[in-house]
Design a protein around this ligand. Structure first.
Ligand code: AMP
Length: 415
């Protein structure tokens, strides 16, 4: 396995000798310099190599895998048999799938290639129809794809490229079994790309089974947070969270705010509270219908609503430009989600602010996050509900010590 570290081997897109229409679209998007994952992977992918990409969120990996696929297909059109697909991109959520397909459509404008996205929660019929004539690019989530495969609507006889995106998230969301079932339908010989933010043992094992002599591109460790994000903690009591939120949203600098919460129900309650403040707000979580999720995301993207409230599962990996602030209403239970959450702001080189509410019972959780990112997050006392955690920790230490003394005394008495 060839490991390519931080070295950059590509300075601009021109030297890649991509199809002119792809270069034109890249320019139109305003990309002047390839991001590290693009610089390190595109030259190898154009040569047909397998790839293991370990990349943090917002790294530009969508273009890294889409551009080589489109360049290859654009140079050599293939007559597709009914229901056969030439490339498959498997990704965990509907939002990610939609986003990827949108990128494919943009970069592939001017090429006579077909693409479609399929996911659950919406009618199957239009998807079945779109698959009838075969597709150059199929972007799919695992459950619906498996369903369509089992009913004979998708075949892989002509498959050339398989991309498994966000592999560790597939694992987290319990999709690994479905992913493996999908893989069992794929021909052995094709170019395979696996992207994952982290490498838990199950994904490492899968990568070994799936990839043949891959190049390994490790752009950034999962423990790294985005440099362009200012991180702060607001220490407070739980009862003051909504009032603090109100104070913050009264400030127009909070122009585009993504709030992360723990539960779907909690999210709906926060939305209600924000709407009562006459601030425009929407929510995305898995209880919402696909149409509602699309609408919420679009209106946030377009700036029609100022605040979007989301749970981890619904929002991970979503690319929304110009998010001014990420607010962690609760600290995430899984510390790696902290990195995913704050990565929603400060994207593509822009600056952003991530503020995490932390209540006394979450002090240990904050410590775990700090350990993971190997960095202390500043507790900003400049907010009206600030609580001094050091007094809480020393009080709880005193309490513990007192308990210990009591126990010792009791022990002493017994002897
Ligand atoms: P991704 O990690 O694929 O979701 O991409 C993150 C963001 O970076 C998206 O908004 C892309 O449009 C943007 N992006 C991708 N490649 C580049 C590039 N070479 N230069 C600037 N922005 C980019």
């Amino acid at each position: 396995m060839l490991l390519i570290g931080a070295m950059t081997i590509l300075k601009d897109f021109n030297s890649l000798k991509l199809l002119p229409s792809i270069l034109e679209q890249v320019e139109k998007k305003g990309y002047t310099t390839p991001t590290p994952i693009q610089a390190q992977s595109i030259p190898h992918l154009l040569k047909g190599r397998d790839l293991l990409g370990i990349a943090k969120t917002g790294s530009g990996k969508t273009a890294a895998f889409s551009i080589p696929i489109l360049d290859r297909f654009g140079r050599k059109n293939v007559v597709l048999k009914p229901n056969q697909v030439r490339s498959l991109i498997l990704t965990p959520t509907r939002e990610l799938a939609t986003q990827i397909e949108k990128n494919i459509t943009t970069y592939g404008e001017g090429l006579e290639l077909s693409s479609k996205v399929v996911f659950g929660g919406v009618g199957r019929q239009p998807q079945i129809k779109a698959l009838e004539g075969g597709l150059d690019v199929l972007v799919a989530t695992p459950g619906r794809l498996l369903d369509l495969i089992n009913c004979g609507h998708v075949g892989f006889e002509q498959l050339e490229v398989f991309v498994l995106d966000e592999a560790d998230m597939m694992l987290d969301m319990g999709f690994l079994k479905d992913v493996k079932s999908v893989i069992s339908f794929l021909p052995i010989k094709n170019q395979t790309l696996l992207f994952s933010a982290t490498m838990p043992p199950a994904i490492e094992k899968l990568s070994k089974e799936l990839l043949i002599n891959p190049i390994k591109v490790k752009v950034d460790l999962e423990t790294s947070t985005v440099d362009t994000v200012i991180q702060k903690v607001y220490a407070l009591e739980k009862k003051n969270k909504n009032e603090l939120l109100e104070t913050m949203l009264a400030d127009s600098a909070y122009s585009s705010v993504l709030i992360f919460c723990k539960t779907k129900l909690g999210g709906d309650i926060i939305v209600q509270h924000i709407e009562n403040m006459s601030v425009s707000c929407a929510a995305i979580h898995s209880n919402k219908s696909q149409r509602e999720r699309d609408e919420a995301l679009n209106s946030f993207r377009e700036g029609e609503v100022r605040v979007l409230v989301a749970t981890d599962v619904a929002a991970r990996g979503i690319d929304i430009k110009n998010v001014s602030h990420v607010i962690n209403y609760n600290l995430p239970e899984d510390p790696t989600n902290y990195i995913h959450r704050i990565g929603r702001t400060g994207r593509a080189g822009q600056s952003g602010v991530a503020i995490s509410f932390c209540v006394p019972s979450e002090i240990a959780r904050l410590g775990t996050i700090e350990k993971l990112i190997d960095q202390k997050i500043e507790i900003d006392a400049d907010q009206p509900f600030h609580v001094d955690f050091s007094s809480i920790t020393s009080a709880s230490k005193k309490k513990k010590n007192a308990k210990g003394m009591k126990a010792k005394k009791a022990k002493g008495r017994r002897f």
